[in-house]
Each structure stands twice: as structure tokens, then as C-alpha cells.
Design a protein around this ligand. Structure first.
Ligand code: SAM
Ligand code: SF4
Length: 427
């Protein structure tokens, strides 16, 4: 999401005559787009600011700005603490950046963190930064109103709002015409996407279908799905279109009903597992990945075991796993006690990471001898004689270079697997 936002910022500033640069040392303005999701993310931003301080010493004319969630969350307080900052802009203030930079140019520090109920940057055609020319992100909605008790997003990114469906379809079509072959539709909870009213209403399933229909050669992915809103209709649409990728990211967070309730996730372990069964039976070969938080307030050893059991039952292909990090303003920070000791969080995290390692490895071993259609993304990092690409399940495959080029499809048979990669050759 932040990456996609940086592309919107680049577009707004490019239209004003600014140019983006890969070289930090020659830049006149540095904008740091930030995340607040865990304390660790904010610590990294502080470290980076520390480094920028040394740059500013060498080049006092350098303008330094902070964008995104951390800017929104901390507002003026951060401006007070970090004297090197010239500018702070929240996620809904990017259209004002040219004005804010002008204000900095006239010698004043500038802050704009007003959240909007309707800003979706729908009309902005993002400048593709660091692009491989093959895959791109399309932001389809902003904000979140689910208020999971641990999560800072509703405070840092504001109300949920969907972007004009027509502008999304146009952006996908333009990307395809430019040679892109894969788009990922992005939102905090894409399943609650809704545009228009009555007969003209476009749900996420309909939007996904419309993007998939643009061209069979355009792969479509999406993230993230909230389990409470994953509908049978959506599963049906994914199953019906070969170019809608067979990979669903469905964050479970915990396998214990008591913890899920405290997290305000609005589904039970049984309901979650029922959705997994529906996906597995209606979309054979679909990869399922998840997010898990360990050590949330009051999480007992029995709760932790339930997460372990759920992971085994769901047999996730991949997972992002985190220790619970208390975030200011959230319901959990205000009302619950962050009472699982650090060493217990650490141990539980290690246990789920080790288990996921086994599950991912088993999932990869199942692919041995299988042939997949792979979209070539570029040269492998390890060898210039090899390409890498992904299959529909979002697994990375590495294989010897062929006459096909990045952006083209190729059939690859898997001969060998590592814990993270499938290795094969063209068939
Ligand atoms: N909207 C998505 C959803 O609800 O599934 C997730 C968005 S969040 C940016 C990505 C992940 O960060 C979450 O799924 C959760 O696992 C993790 N996360 C969020 N808040 C956290 C916190 N306070 N401590 C640890 N992990 C957290
Ligand atoms: Fe955070 Fe929950 Fe919204 Fe995801 S759905 S962004 S976890 S509040």
C-alpha cells in the first residue's frame, strides 16, 4: 500500500515539474513514506531520520519530509521532536504536497495531516517506481473501519472509501497496453469494496471479474481479504477465470476464539476453517496464505496451541507472522493489558515460524514434477543465465533463460525445491 502511495506522490510531483531520483545523495528533497503498523516499523523510520541528519549537515538546503501513517499518527509532536523535518503530510494530503513544498521553500515548516472521507486519488495516474514493467499495484480503496482492537490503521488512514470502478478499469487497461501482464488490486479489506448504487452497484467480485475480462493475458491478484467478508460469490469468480490468480491471502491472526473475540475480528475459528474448506474444494490447487499475531493480550498457552492446530489444519502455503506490538490509540492499548512476557512472545513466534517452515516446505514438495504456467518477471538475482517468475499460486520459480522475455508466459516443470523457491526448466 505504501509503495503504491509513493507512486501516487511521484505522479503528483512529476506533474509539477519535479523529477524522481534513485540517488539519495544528489536529491534536493527526500520524502520518507512511513508505516506505523508495529513499533519496529516506527523504530526503523527513526533510524533512517538519524541518517538523514548527517546528510542535512553536509547539505543544509536539503528538504526532508515525512509522509504516511507515522506522519498521521504523530502529527505536530514529531515535528517538535525531529527538528530536521521540514514537512509532514498524512496519507490524504498528497495533493497538497506542491503547496507544502512551496511553503518550505519560503522558509516555513509545513504540516498537513487532515484525513478525508472521499479522497481516493482516482484520477491520478501513478508513476511506476522501480518497475519491472511486468507487474503493478492498483489501489482500489483506502482506509479501514474494522477497528480490530490491536490495529492502528483506522486511526492512521481514516474512513474506508472505495475508488471509482471506471478509473480502476482504465488504469488496468492502460497498464496492459503498456506491456504489464499482472496487476494486484490493493486495499485493507478488498472484499468490502463497493462502488455505485442500486443496479449499477459494483461489488469486489464484479470489479475483479471486469478486470479479468480485459484480456486473458492479464493476470489479476488482490490483497487483502478479511475472512468475515469473503463471499461464496467471490470464490466462484476466482474459480471461473483462469487469469485470476489462484492465491488468496486470508489473515487469520489467531486460532483461538477467545483471542479472535478480543481482537474484534468478527469470525470464529470454525467459520474461518469452513472458508478454507470452501476454497480448497471449489478452487483446486489454490494457495492460501495468512497473517498471524502471537502474544496478544491474555493469550494463554492453550490459545497458542489452538493457533498451532489451526495452522496445521489449514495447511497454509505461506504466512507472515508477528509478535503483538501495542500501538497507541488502539482499543487494545486503551483497554487491555499487554501482559504476555517478551520471552514468551518470542518463543511462541519461533514455534509458529518453525511450523510454517515445515508447512511451506511440504507445500513446495507437492509441486515436484508438476508443470506450471509462469509469468517471467526478470533475471534471477543469483545468475544471469536464469530467469525468475511466478506461477498463479504466487510461488517463485527459477529456470534457465529461454527465447521468451520478461512479460511472457512459459511452461516450467519443477525439478527441485528449496524452502522458498521452485527450480525447474521449460517444457
Ligand atoms: N487489513 C488486513 C487484515 O485485516 O487482514 C491486514 C493489514 S495489516 C497492515 C497487516 C498485518 O499486520 C495484520 O494482518 C496483522 O497480522 C499485523 N498487525 C497489525 N497490527 C499489529 C500489531 N499491533 N502488532 C503486531 N502485528 C500487527
Ligand atoms: Fe487493521 Fe483490522 Fe483494518 Fe486489517 S481489517 S487494517 S487488521 S483494522
Amino acid at each position: 500500500m505504501n509503495f503504491s502511495d509513493s507512486e501516487i506522490v511521484a505522479s503528483i510531483l512529476t506533474d509539477e515539474g519535479f523529477e524522481s531520483s534513485d540517488d539519495l545523495l544528489s536529491a534536493d528533497i527526500v520524502l520518507l513514506n512511513t508505516c506505523s503498523i508495529r513499533e519496529h516499523a516506527e523504530d526503523r523510520v527513526r533510524k533512517r531520520l538519524h541518517y538523514f541528519r548527517s546528510l542535512k549537515k553536509k547539505n543544509p538546503g536539503l528538504t526532508i519530509g515525512l509522509l504516511g501513517c507515522m506522519a498521521e499518527r504523530t502529527k505536530n509532536a514529531l515535528m517538535e521532536e525531529e527538528q530536521l523535518l521540514d514537512l509532514i503530510a498524512g496519507p490524504d494530503s498528497y495533493r497538497h504536497l506542491p503547496g507544502l513544498l512551496a511553503q518550505v521553500g519560503s522558509g516555513q515548516r509545513a504540516v498537513d495531516t487532515i484525513l478525508s472521507a472521499d479522497e481516493t486519488y482516482a484520477d491520478i495516474n501513478p508513476v511506476r517506481l522501480d518497475s519491472n514493467g511486468v507487474s503493478a499495484f492498483i489501489s482500489i480503496m483506502r482506509g479501514c473501519e474494522n477497528f480490530c482492537s490491536y490495529c492502528v490503521v483506522p486511526y492512521a488512514r481514516g474512513q474506508e472509501r472505495s475508488r471509482d470502478a471506471g478509473s480502476i478499469i482504465r488504469e488496468a487497461k492502460d497498464l496492459f497496453l503498456q506491456g504489464f501482464r499482472e496487476v494486484t488490486l490493493l486495499g485493507q479489506n478488498v472484499n468490502s469494496y463497493l462502488w455505485g448504487k442500486g443496479q449499477n452497484e459494483i461489488s469486489f467480485s464484479k470489479l475483479l471479474e471486469q478486470v479479468a475480462k480485459l484480456d486473458p493475458l492479464l493476470r489479476v491478484r488482490f490483497a487483502t481479504s478479511h475472512p468475515k467478508d469473503l463471499s461464496p460469490e467471490l470464490i466462484q469468480v476466482i474459480a471461473s477465470y483462469p487469469n485470476i490468480c489462484k492465491a488468496i491471502h486470508l489473515p487469520v491472526q489467531s486460532g483461538s476464539n477467545a483471542v479472535l473475540d478480543k481482537m474484534n475480528r468478527k469470525y470464529t475459528r470454525e467459520e474461518y476453517l469452513e472458508k478454507i474448506r470452501a476454497i480448497r474444494s471449489l478452487i483446486p490447487g489454490c494457495a492460501i496464505s495468512t497473517d498471524i499475531i502471537t502474544g496478544f493480550c491474555n493469550e494463554t498457552e492453550a490459545d497458542h496451541q489452538q493457533t498451532i492446530e489451526l495452522m496445521k489444519e489449514a495447511a497454509f502455503d505461506f504466512a507472515f507472522m508477528f509478535k503483538y506490538s501495542e500501538r497507541p490509540q488502539t482499543i487494545a492499548a486503551e483497554q487491555y493489558n499487554d501482559n504476555v512476557p517478551a520471552e514468551v512472545k518470542e518463543r511462541r513466534l519461533r514455534e509458529i515460524i518453525d511450523l510454517q517452515h515445515e508447512l511451506s516446505s511440504a507445500s513446495n514438495h507437492k509441486d515436484l514434477g508438476e508443470t506450471f504456467e509462469v509469468l517471467i518477471e526478470g533475471e534471477s538475482k543469483r545468475s544471469n543465465k536464469q530467469y525468475f517468475g511466478r506461477n498463479s499460486q504466487n510461488k517463485v520459480l527459477v529456470f534457465p533463460k529461454t527465447v521468451q522475455k520478461p512479460g511472457e508466459y512459459i511452461k516450467v516443470k519443477v525439478n527441485r525445491v528449496t524452502s522458498a523457491t521452485l527450480i525447474g526448466e521449460e517444457v
